[in-house]
Structure formats: C-alpha cells, structure tokens
Design a protein around this ligand. Structure first.
Ligand SMILES: Cc1cc2nc3c(=O)[nH]c(=O)nc-3n(C[C@H](O)[C@H](O)[C@H](O)COP(=O)(O)O)c2cc1C
Length: 223
C-alpha cells in the first residue's frame, strides 16, 4: 500500500523535475460526489508531501469528452486533413489528454461504480488515451504499455462486494486498462456501502479515510 506514495516521493526527491500529478474525476454527483472529495483529499496530501508538484485536474463530468463515434475516428489516427470544427476540437482535447496522461508520475482517479461498471465519462477518456503507438504498442511478444505513472484509484459504490468480486467491473476495468497501458503500481482506495444507510455509509467513508491515512503514515515514517 505504501509503495506508491513512497516511490512517488522518491521520484521527486531524487529527480530534477517536479512530480506531475493527474487527478481524474468522473462522478456525475458534483460536489456531493464521494470519489471526487476523496481524490481531492489524496491529491492535497500528495502536494503537502511534495511541495511544488504540478497538479492537473480533469473533471470528466464538468468538461466531458464526446463519446467516441464513427465521425470521431480521425481523432485517434489517420489523416488529419479536412477535419470539421467538432473533430478538430475533439482532436485537440484528445492530444491534451494523452500529453497529461503520459507526463503523469501519479494518477489519482475517481472511479465510482455505475451500473456495475465505470461512468461512461471515464470510458470516454480511456477511449482517447488508449492509442496504439502512443500509450501502448504491439511487439513480437505482445502488447506493451508505454505509460509509467503510479495510480491511486478511488473505488466508490452504493453497495458492497458480495460473494462475487467479478461484479466489481469498475475496479476490474480500471485495473485491466491501467496494466495494459503499462501501469502496474495500482492502489485502490475503497469507499463502499454508501447507499446502504447512514451507518454503512459512515463505515465505508471511514474505511477509505483509514486507507488514505495509512498512506500518509508511511510518508511521515519515511521523512
Ligand atoms: C447512475 C448510477 C448508477 C449506479 N450504479 C451502482 C451500481 O451498479 N452498484 C453500486 O454499488 N452502486 C451504484 N450506484 C451508487 C454509486 O456508486 C454511489 O452513489 C457512489 O457514491 C458513487 O460515487 P460518487 O459519489 O463519487 O459518484 C450508482 C449511482 C448512480 C448515480
């Protein structure tokens, strides 16, 4: 659990450039969003431990990328001549997303469970940054991810995991996508049971806060 924070800080202390933190939020619940509040809290802790860190916040609900459709395929590859205004705007947005993603040392991603999976806003972002030759490539030995960040994924949901973890598709998706893109140091912070009544909600929030505090304890112990 602590390895992500510690290695992120070591990156900052040992290298010449500052840490790049990319915060991705995708909840549709605005300021009431649990994952959005937790990602902000985690980023604030990271910045406190790494003064001068560069923070980029992508709120995929407040500034949502269009879903990938046939008319937006040129955004992902091929000739860029003759794009209409919408295509050009989405191409510019895609290039920004990719640059932010590839430059990140630490990703802090809010990934609520909506209808078993991730919010469609987050999927739309993945559909922009997962590009052959940019964030992964195919080799003779199979696909190779080209991103090198560490990731903290805030998993929020109204219910709790029952017997079948295979239904936690939001976590499975984020784990699979990040690994495919080269990110293997992945930390999940879980706030579950949020819609199961006040006590379960508080327990879920406390569990998440405890996980975040444990990361901070590790940082202090290493200082
Ligand atoms: C459209 C929608 C679908 C949801 N689907 C699920 C679900 O499949 N499973 C679940 O446990 N909670 C579900 N929830 C509850 C959310 O996971 C819960 O509200 C959580 O707080 C979401 O995180 P957020 O506050 O950051 O948006 C859903 C909520 C919404 C708005």
């Amino acid at each position: 659990m602590a390895s992500l924070y510690l290695s992120a800080i070591q990156t900052n202390f040992s290298g010449a450039r500052q840490m790049n933190i990319l915060q991705i939020d995708s909840s549709v619940l605005g300021d009431n969003s649990v994952s959005r509040n937790l990602t902000a809290s985690i980023v604030a802790d990271l910045v406190a431990a790494n003064p001068g860190a560069n923070v980029t916040v992508r709120d995929l609900d407040r500034d949502a990328p269009a879903h990938l459709g046939n008319h937006l395929l040129p955004v992902l590859g091929g000739p860029k001549d003759g794009l209409n205004a919408e295509q050009q705007a989405e191409l510019d947005r895609t290039e920004t997303f990719l640059a932010e993603f590839l430059a990140a040392d630490v990703l802090v991603i809010g990934a609520p469970q909506y209808n078993f999976g991730i919010p469609s806003q987050l999927k739309a972002w993945i559909d922009r940054v997962a590009q052959a030759g940019r964030s992964f490539r195919y080799t003779a030995n199979g696909p190779e991810g080209l991103a090198r960040a560490r990731a903290i994924v805030v998993s929020s949901r109204g219910g709790v995991r029952q017997d079948d973890a295979a239904l936690d598709l939001h976590e499975i998706t984020m784990d699979a996508v990040l690994r495919f893109l080269g990110i293997t140091d992945i930390q999940f912070v879980r706030a579950h049971g949020l819609a199961m009544g006040p006590e379960a909600r508080e327990a879920g929030l406390n569990k998440a806060r405890t996980e975040i505090a444990a990361l901070n304890d590790a940082v202090r112990a290493a200082a």
